[in-house]
Design a binder for this molecule. Structure first.
Ligand code: FNR
Length: 183
């Protein structure tokens, strides 16, 4: 049976490049992985006052992660960091204290930007955030996708061969990382 991966997208934008990359990866992934694309839409703001009686959307999001075999982050960069909606989702998943829903899960990080720097600062921030609350992060290959603005056709299909090549390399490496780091 394929390993179930939550592909957590850092953008809410319907036509976002991040979700298009996630959809492209779902097609490129080897048969050992099954990718479920998840956005932070509908996840209530984290508020410690609510921890005693968490909102249903927090519980559903946490359960989805807990049932997964790994998490693949695909994030744009907002002002040299990750978007607030993604940070909020991570904060929600990280609690209750000591019971992070990412615990032990193998993790991958893909940043992207239509600009020249590929969202590298957002990826670096994720590399700071995750070690205390998640399992091992795939370290190599590193992947910061620049110039994604011309990578898709009007239907959202990935048409840029150079991007397809690096995504294929990454998802194959991630599949090996997931297989190596189960339970
Ligand atoms: C951006 N963008 C951006 N790009 C970048 O490379 N570095 C940055 O620091 C920022 N900062 C930033 C802040 C805010 C508030 C917005 C709205 C945008 C541009 C960003 O990469 C672009 O809008 C992407 O298209 C967003 O990702 P999605 O939604 O297409 O996945």
């Amino acid at each position: 049976m394929a390993y179930h991966i939550v592909t957590l997208v850092g953008s809410l934008r319907k036509e976002g490049f991040s979700i298009k990359i996630a959809n492209a990866l779902a097609k490129l992934a080897p048969s050992s992985l099954s990718l479920e694309v998840v956005t932070p839409a509908g996840i209530s703001f984290f508020n410690q006052d609510l921890e005693g009686a968490p909102p249903a959307d927090w519980l559903a999001f946490r359960e989805k992660l807990q049932k997964s075999n790994g998490v693949l982050f695909i994030t744009p960069e907002y002002n040299r960091s990750i978007p607030g909606v993604l940070k909020n989702a991570i904060d929600v998943a990280s609690r209750p204290y000591g019971k992070s829903s990412f615990n032990g899960k193998p993790v991958g990080i893909i940043s992207n930007s239509p600009g020249p720097l590929g969202g590298v600062s957002a990826a670096k921030h994720l590399q700071n955030i995750l070690p205390g609350i998640a399992g091992p992060i795939l370290q190599q290959p590193e992947i910061y996708l620049n110039g994604v603005g011309d990578a898709f056709d009007a239907a959202g299909n990935l048409t840029k061969d150079s991007l397809k090549t690096v995504l294929q390399q990454y998802i194959d490496a991630f599949a090996a990382h997931v297989a190596k780091n189960q339970g």
